[in-house]
Design a protein around this ligand. Structure first.
Ligand code: PEP
Ligand code: MG
Length: 605
C-alpha cells in the first residue's frame, strides 16, 4: 500500500479533521495565451470572439446556479453570483474591447493585459480580504480564456476510475468555486478533500470548503512539485499538514485518529438534548455565533440555547447594492423563526476594518467612487457603531428590520465597538426613532426588545458601570478586546505571535467586565473565539461567566467539558490565574488543569 514516504507540506488547514485519498492533480492554471497583432479589419471579429467567450462563461455559471440544490450552503450561490458580477463588470467586459480597438491586439492578449491591470489594483489594497478577491478575478478570466481557446468553457478533466471505496484528494494551484461544484455533481467521485498551492484561510475556496465540511489545506506551496497523480495523500486539517505516501505506521495512526474523531463526534451528538451544567449543577448557557440565516439550523442541530451573536454584516458584504429593509427583515425573521422562541441576538452592522463593503455599495452610501479608503488605520477608524452613526439611514433601516423581526421570536439588539457613554445614548436614540417610524407606519414590533452592547475596547471594559446603567446585557468580544488591548492587528500575520489571550491585562479586563455585570444584575456573555476554546472554559467559568457564545461546531465539546468541571474548582483556578503576572506561568497552570480534568468523552448519567 505505502509507496515509500515522500514527504509533507504545510499550509493553512480549513475545516476540521483528517482526509485520506488518492491524489488527482489539476494542471497548473497559467494558460498558454496566444498573443498577436491583428489587422484593423479584424477588430470586429476579435471583439465578437471576446463577447462569445464572455457569454459562454455566463451561460455556464447560470446553468450551474440553476442546478444548486436547496440544501446547498448559501455561499455556493453567493460565489457564483460574485463571479457573475465580475464577468459583468465594465473593467473586465469593456476595457479589453478598447484595447483590441486601440492597440490592434487579439482578444486573449487584451484580456490578459486587463487582468494584470485589475489584479495590480487589487493587490495594492491594504486589506487581506479584498486582496484575496483578485483570485476570483483571475479564476473568471481563466474561464473566459479557456472558452476562447475551445469555443466553450473547459470542464475539469477527471481522473481514471478510482477503485471501489477509494476517495479523491484534489491537488490544484487554485480551485474555483465553479470547479468544486462540477466535482460535487459527479456521483461517481467521493471527494475526501483538497490541497491548493494558493489561497489563504479567507479565500472563497477555503470558505466554501469550510461550509461543505471538506477538510483541506490551502496555501500549500510546492504541492505540484511533491505530489504525483495517484499518490496516497493525507490531509490533516487540524495540524495544517499534508503527508504524501505516508509509511504503513503513519497510515494506521491517521486511520486510528480519524476513527477516534468520528467516534468522539458520535458521543458528542448524544449530548445534544442535555441541559448544560457543571458537575456541581451550575447551569450554563451555550449559544451560537452565526453569520448567515442558514447557519441557524446548524445552531439548532448542535443544541444551542439560542443565538448569542448574529454577525449581520455578512448580509451586506460581497454585493453592490445594500440589502433593503425587507430583505433584512426576511433574514432576521427567518433566524427568529428557526430558533423557535430561543433568544436571537442580532448585532448591528460591524462594517469597517477587515469587513468592508464593495466600492459600489460604498458609492451608494454617498462616498465618491474610487476614493481612497479614508483611514490609514481602519481598525481604529470608522467602524461598527461609528460607521452606523455616520450613516443614519443605513442604521435606521437595519434597526427597523430587526425590530420588526422581534414580532416572530425573542430578538435582541447588540451594538458593537462602543467606547463612550454618548455612543450608547445615540444608539438608544436611534432605536427609539426606528420604533417611532414603525409606529407611524403601523408596523408591529415587540416593545420589550432588549438592547445590549459589546465590550471590545479596553475603554469599555474599564467603564462597565456606564454600560450596565444604560444597557440590558453585555457581550465581550474577545477577538477585538485582545487586538485593542495589546495593539496587535488581528489580521497581521507578522505580529500574530504577540496576540496573546493569556496576557494578564486581557484576563483582568474580561474578569472585571464579568464581575461588573454580575454586580449590577446585567447578564454578560463572551462571544469571541475564546468562548469556544476548551483550554479557557474552566477559567471563564471561574471568573463567573454563565453564557458562552461560539461557532455551532464547538458547542458540544464545550458542553462535554462543562460536565467535567466544578464551579468551586474553577473559582480557585481563576483566582490563582488572576494573581499571576507571567503569561508563561498562566499557560502552565492551565495546561496543568487540562491534564487534571479528564478529557475523556463522558456523558453524564
Ligand atoms: C469579537 O471581536 O470578539 C467578536 C465576536 O466580533 P468579530 O470577531 O466579529 O469582530
Ligand atoms: Mg469584534
Amino acid at each position: 500500500m505505502a509507496e515509500g514516504r515522500k514527504g509533507s507540506l504545510t499550509g493553512s488547514g480549513v475545516a476540521r479533521g483528517i482526509a485520506i485519498g488518492r491524489a488527482h492533480l489539476l494542471a497548473r492554471s497559467e494558460l498558454d495565451v496566444r498573443q498577436f497583432n491583428i489587422e484593423r479589419r479584424d477588430v470586429v471579429h476579435e471583439i465578437g470572439r471576446l463577447t462569445t467567450g464572455f457569454n459562454a462563461v455566463r451561460a455556464e455559471l447560470d446553468q450551474l446556479k440553476s442546478h444548486i440544490s436547496a440544501e446547498a450552503p448559501s455561499e455556493v450561490r453567493a460565489f457564483l453570483d460574485l463571479h457573475r458580477m465580475i464577468l459583468d463588470d465594465a473593467l473586465l467586459a469593456e476595457a479589453p474591447r478598447d484595447l483590441i480597438r486601440t492597440r490592434l491586439i487579439n482578444a486573449e492578449w487584451a484580456l490578459t493585459i486587463q487582468l494584470e491591470e485589475v489584479c495590480r489594483q487589487f493587490e495594492a489594497i491594504d486589506d487581506e480580504y479584498l486582496r484575496e478577491r483578485s483570485t476570483d478575478v483571475r479564476q473568471v478570466v481563466e474561464r473566459v480564456l479557456a472558452a476562447l481557446a475551445e469555443g466553450r468553457p473547459t470542464r475539469m478533466t477527471l481522473p481514471r476510475k478510482l477503485a471501489a471505496g477509494e476517495r479523491l484528494v484534489l491537488v490544484a494551484q487554485d480551485l474555483a468555486p465553479a470547479d468544486m461544484l462540477h466535482l460535487k455533481e459527479r456521483a461517481d467521485i467521493d471527494l475526501a478533500g483538497f490541497v491548493t498551492e494558493l489561497g489563504g484561510p479567507t479565500s472563497h475556496t477555503a470558505i466554501l470548503a469550510r461550509s461543505l465540511g471538506l477538510p483541506a489545506v490551502v496555501g500549500a506551496s510546492g504541492a505540484h512539485a511533491l505530489i504525483e497523480e495517484g499518490d496516497l495523500v493525507v490531509i490533516d486539517a487540524d495540524a495544517d499538514l499534508v503527508v504524501v505516501n505516508p509509511s504503513e505506521e503513519e497510515i494506521a495512526a491517521f486511520h486510528r485518529r480519524a476513527r477516534e474523531q468520528s467516534e468522539h463526534r458520535a458521543q458528542l451528538r448524544k449530548l445534544r438534548g442535555r441541559l448544560s451544567r457543571t458537575s456541581d449543577g451550575m447551569a450554563v448557557e451555550l449559544l451560537a455565533n452565526i453569520e448567515l440565516p442558514k447557519d441557524a439550523r446548524d445552531a439548532l442541530e448542535a443544541g444551542a440555547d439560542g443565538i448569542g451573536l448574529f454577525r449581520s454584516e455578512f448580509l451586506f458584504m460581497d454585493r453592490n447594492e445594500l440589502p433593503s429593509e425587507e430583505e433584512q427583515y426576511e433574514a432576521y425573521a427567518k433566524v427568529a423563526r428557526v430558533m423557535k422562541g430561543k433568544p436571537v441576538v442580532i448585532r448591528t452592522l460591524d462594517i469597517g476594518a477587515d469587513k468592508v463593503l464593495t466600492a459600489a455599495a460604498r458609492e451608494g452610501l454617498g462616498m465618491a467612487r474610487g476614493a481612497p479608503r479614508p483611514e490609514s488605520n481602519p481598525a481604529l477608524g470608522l467602524r461598527a457603531i461609528r460607521y452606523c452613526l455616520a450613516y443614519p439611514e443605513l442604521f435606521l433601516t437595519q434597526l427597523r428590520a430587526i425590530l420588526r423581526a422581534s414580532e416572530v421570536g425573542t430578538v435582541r439588539i447588540l451594538v458593537p465597538m462602543l467606547a463612550h457613554a454618548h455612543e450608547i445614548e445615540q444608539a438608544l436614540a436611534f432605536v427609539a426613532k426606528a420604533k417611532e417610524q414603525l409606529r407611524e407606519r403601523k408596523q408591529k414590533y415587540d416593545g420589550r426588545v432588549q438592547i445590549g452592547g459589546m465590550i471590545e475596547v479596553p475603554a469599555a471594559a474599564l467603564s462597565v458601570p456606564q454600560f450596565v446603567e444604560r444597557l440590558k446585557f453585555l457581550s465581550i468580544g474577545t477577538n477585538d478586546l485582545i487586538q485593542y488591548t495589546l495593539a496587535i492587528d488581528r489580521s497581521d500575520a507578522s505580529v500574530a505571535h504577540l496576540y496573546d489571550h493569556l496576557h494578564p491585562a486581557v484576563l483582568h479586563l474580561i474578569a472585571q467586565t464579568i464581575k461588573g455585570g454580575a454586580r449590577a444584575g446585567v447578564p454578560v456573555s463572551v462571544c469571541g473565539e475564546l468562548a469556544g476554546e476548551l483550554e479557557m472554559t474552566e477559567l471563564l467559568l471561574g471568573m463567573g461567566l454563565r453564557q458562552f457564545s461560539m461557532h455551532p461546531s464547538q458547542i458540544l465539546q464545550i458542553k462535554e467539558r462543562l460536565f467535567e468541571l466544578s464551579t468551586k474548582d474553577a473559582v480557585r483556578v481563576a483566582g490563582r490565574v488572576l494573581r499571576e503576572s507571567d503569561p508563561a506561568r498562566i499557560r502552565a497552570a492551565l495546561e496543568h488543569r487540562k491534564a487534571a480534568v479528564p478529557a475523556a468523552a463522558r456523558a453524564p448519567a
